[in-house]
Structure formats: C-alpha cells, structure tokens
Design a protein around this ligand. Structure first.
Ligand code: 6GU
Length: 252
C-alpha cells in the first residue's frame, strides 16, 4: 500500500505515521508514505495557497491550482490516477467496511483541507471519495487522514503479526469484542472469570461469544441489526432487553 497525503502540514503526517505499528510497517516496506506539501506547488512569490471567498463570508479558502498540481505530480510519479479521498465533515462516515475495501488499492491519495475548505472546482476534477470520520468538526483533514490510514494499514497483509491479528476483534461480524484478563488472577478483590482458568477451550469459546453478544446488546444495540446471530442468540438478546427494561422500570 502506498499512501500519498496532500497537506499543508506534512510533518504532522510523518510524525504520526512513523510511530508504532504503522511505523514498523513503513520500515518493513509493507507501506510507503509520501506527505506532499501543497505549498511546494504554489508558484507565486510568497508561496501563498489561500485566498478570500467569492461572495463574501468568513475565512480563507485553499486555492485550486496548487492542489491540482500536487495531485498531477503524484499521478505522474505513479503513472496512474489513484483514488483521491477528500477529508470533510460533509463526507460519507468512515467505517470498517470502507477500510477493508480501500485496503485493496495499490495507491491512495488523501487530500487534507484547512481554513474554510478548498475551491470546489478542483474537488470536482480530482476527488473520488468524500469521507468524514464522524459527526463533529475538526480544524483540518490531517487527523482524519491518519485515522483512515491507521485502520486501512491494519487490513494490509503482514502489517499485524499473528498476536495482533484482527480475526476476533471488535466489529468482526458486527459484534464487539469480549472482555479480556491478564495476571494477576485476583486484583482489587475481582477474580478472573472461572471459565477462563479451566483450560476447556470449547467452554471458553462459548463464554466469549455470549459476552460479545451481551456487550453489543448493551453498548451498541444499533450494530445487532447487521450481526448474524443464531436463533438461540436472538432469544438471549430478547431476554436481556426484557430484563433491562424491567430493571429500568424499577429505578423510576
Ligand atoms: Cl474528515 N474533516 C474535518 N475537518 N472535520 C471532521 C472530519 C473531517 N470528520 C469529522 N470531522
């Protein structure tokens, strides 16, 4: 996977991505990262990349031409026209399915806006995907780009080792992960669940699955619609909901 980031703050991208698991993957050559400073494509005396908006209103807008030239330079280097993700709160909300899908690409370009955004005309010409990371407003697209690159990286073969591997984690099958415990066996008077100490693997798997269903029903009931539960598990969810409703009524 080759990540290309168009930004006014390339050092922010480099510092973030060269750390931890993504940093290790870059060192190993499983990922490449190129942070392109859009300012390097502002061919005017003061390397100015922003200007006032036509029609008035608050703030400055990033101009079309430097963004366009920065993208064309990537297209030339890669000898293709890779997908361009524009990070914007007006985009489709990012999720695990999008991460999985984008991880299939060879090259991905992330376009990070600042100020009040970017001139619409260059967006029309180069952007293929408008993506948001959630319903709140940030000061720029750099953190969202790093959030996306982090989750996409995890889907690239070899980036995670076996221990870190994503088979049974949260969102696999639209269920949250079960609770986990390490040493000591007792901490602050709390014991590790008995079944986990039993060495009985079938029982452990059964317990973990039930915990996943319980957690998802409790914390993210919206996810259950997409989870594939057995009839028995759906009955369990109905029983839990009934129980929680009764408990709620008692506290009123
Ligand atoms: Cl992608 N950009 C900005 N500026 N704010 C956001 C966002 C993106 N996603 C959520 N908030």
């Amino acid at each position: 996977m080759n990540f290309h980031v168009l930004t006014l703050f390339p050092e922010m991208i480099e510092n973030g991505m060269n750390t931890s698991i993504t940093g290790r993957a870059i060192t190993k050559g499983l990922l490449t990262l190129e942070a392109v400073n859009i300012r390097d494509y502002a061919f005017n005396k003061h390397q100015k990349v922003d200007d006032y908006t036509y029609g008035g209103g608050a703030g400055m807008l990033m101009q079309a031409e430097p963004v366009y030239l920065a993208y064309e330079a990537i297209a030339k280097r890669t000898a293709k026209r890779p997908r361009v993700v524009y990070l914007t709160p007006q985009g489709q909300v990012f999720n695990q399915a999008m991460a999985r899908e984008m991880a299939q690409e060879e090259d991905l370009v992330f376009l990070c806006g600042h100020y009040e955004g970017i001139d619409e005309r260059v967006l029309e010409e180069i952007v293929t995907d408008y993506v948001s990371i959630g319903d709140y407003v940030l000061t720029g697209g750099e953190l969202p780009a790093m959030v996306m690159m982090d989750s996409i990286s995890r889907m690239v073969p070899g980036v995670l080792n076996n221990q870190e591997s994503g088979e049974t984690e949260s969102f696999a099958g639209n269920l949250l992960e079960y609770p986990q415990y390490s040493r000591p066996e007792e901490w602050h008077g709390k014991k590790v669940p008995e079944v986990l100490m039993s060495g009985h693997h079938a029982n452990i798997e059964k317990w973990r699955r039930e915990q996943s269903v319980y957690r998802t029903a409790k914390r993210r009931p919206d996810l259950l619609k997409k989870a594939d539960l057995t009839n028995k598990e759906w009955n369990y969810v109905r029983q839990l909901r009934k129980q929680w409703k009764e408990e709620e009524e008692q506290t009123k």
